[in-house]
Design a protein. Structure first.
Length: 475
């Protein structure tokens, strides 16, 4: 009864706490694809340059490694803020459940530390280490990035499908089994869906930069390589991601049926359930707007029109997302699927031209779409996290703790003030990030203007190992 009253009259701290968490998560996740996938993309370019003796590829890899380092520094700042927010904004969850799922945050912290060391070694190695040694020392970087993703996804998947503990008479977790807490039913689908999304997104973002250059007439080897390698990686990942996305949706259907009902705005449990493309759910269960496709939701869920789909009304109103929350989850889910479908078509366009003519597409529209794909894929990542978090409401730990029970008791006015301060800090941090990137771009263009898009006479890998840079060496 007490919990129901809490939901009917949520604490005043709920809105500022949720708003701040949403803002910081949405900001941080913009950086995550580059943090997870740029090391791999850079090493692919690095390896290509070494194998082919291509100095332009080595120059690109070196420049990307500089971007990787700046992005990592900014990601450390935003990630640290998020770590503090878990304790400051949601002490109820951390106090009760920290011993169960906190291992994920510990793994992420160690991964950050390891990645920082490896990035430092990799950056220092340019022009100072023998070519093979330098490349081999960079190989652990992608694995360190994947380890960081492992930690955070382990924590989030546990929140969606909590396992690995028993509850005592007071409702506190005991007898914690770490391996079961890490490898929950949603961990595998969530982790691989997330990782492939990061590779896909980073590939399209990096390729989009060179697609814009291509549209502006820069059609040299430098821009061709800068576009082709990351775009090819993204294009290969796109159909894989579509299959993984279907798999994780099916897992949600089985493991979190109420969340699935929110994602598909299904009001009553039934068979032959229609699919709504967008549309808005009202508190009385009616849907307005959108496009209704008869029976499609049942077919997608179980491959048969008579598949029974659990509706929102299968649980009390206090145990399910509100109509507004369900609409948000549905809208973001449909947007993610829509963007993914568009990226499939773009990847198919690229593949057909390459297989038939062994060259890049010549159409300007292809490069316009490729430039847009980078932004669109970031939007899809944002939509995926919104779907995951909003669709789980009102639970912060699914079916074990509500958001209202976890929120801090700090005064709402203080939380709003802290939120305003976070916004100011983030504007400064991201503004600084943008300024640094623009200055790096300007410096590189000036270097290219003096010698063309080629690197200088000395390739980055052929200077004296561990020795000082020679006069006139590139910055």
């Amino acid at each position: 009864m007490h919990t129901v009253l809490m939901l009917a009259d949520p604490p005043a701290q709920m809105l500022p706490a949720r708003s701040q968490m949403a803002f910081t998560l949405a900001s941080h996740i913009i950086l995550v694809p580059l943090g997870v996938a740029l090391p791999l993309i850079t090493l692919i370019m690095h390896g290509y340059g070494l194998r082919r003796g291509d100095e332009t590829a080595l120059l690109l890899a070196r420049r990307w490694s500089a971007v990787m380092a700046v992005q990592f520094a900014i990601g450390i700042v935003t990630g640290t803020v998020l770590s503090f927010e878990f304790g400051l904004l949601w002490p109820g969850m951390m106090g009760r459940w920290g011993d169960v799922f906190g291992i994920g945050f510990g793994v992420e912290a160690w991964a950050f530390f390891l990645e920082a060391v490896l990035i430092g070694v990799y950056l220092y190695g340019w022009r100072r280490l023998p070519a093979r040694t330098h490349f081999l020392l960079g190989l652990p970087l992608p694995f360190a990035a994947l380890l960081g993703a492992f930690g955070i996804i382990a924590a989030n998947s546990w929140m969606n499908t909590p396992r690995g503990f028993t509850l005592d008479a007071a409702g506190n977790p005991t007898d914690v089994k770490i391996w079961k807490a890490i490898f929950t039913p949603m961990f595998g689908p969530q982790y691989w869906h997330f990782v492939v999304a990061m590779f896909l997104t980073a590939g399209y973002v990096v390729a989009g930069v060179y697609a814009v250059g291509w549209l502006r007439g820069r059609r040299d080897h430098y821009h061709r390589l800068g576009f082709t390698i990351p775009f090819t990686l993204a294009a290969v990942c796109t159909p894989v991601q579509f299959v993984l996305g279907d798999s994780i949706a099916r897992q949600v259907f089985h493991k979190q049926p109420v969340k699935f009902a929110a994602m598909e705005i299904v009001w009553k449990t039934d068979t032959h359930v229609p699919e709504y493309l967008y549309g808005r759910l009202h508190p009385d269960g009616t849907v307005s707007g959108g496009i209704k496709v008869p029976q499609l939701d049942s077919i997608l869920a179980g491959f048969r029109p008579d598949t029974k789909v659990t509706g929102l009304t299968s649980v009390p109103a206090s145990d399910r997302p509100t109509a507004a929350e369900a609409t948000i989850a549905h809208f973001t889910f449909d947007s993610m699927v829509f963007i993914g479908s568009g990226l499939i078509l773009l990847a198919l366009w690229y593949a057909l031209v390459w297989l038939r003519r062994r060259r890049l597409p010549a159409s300007a529209w292809f490069y316009r779409c490729a430039a847009i794909a980078g932004v669109a894929s970031v939007v899809a990542v944002e939509c995926g996290w919104i779907t995951t978090e909003v669709g789980r409401q009102p639970w912060i730990v699914y079916q074990n703790m509500r958001v209202a029970e976890a929120v801090t008791s700090t005064r709402a006015s203080s939380l709003w003030l802290m939120f305003a301060l976070v916004i100011v800090v983030y504007v400064f941090v991201f503004g600084s990030f943008l300024v640094v990137l623009l200055k790096m771009r300007t410096r590189w263009r000036e270097a290219d203007a003096t010698g063309g898009p080629r690197p200088p006479r000395e390739a980055p890998e052929t200077d004296t190992p561990y020795g000082p840079r020679s006069a006139g060496s590139p910055r």
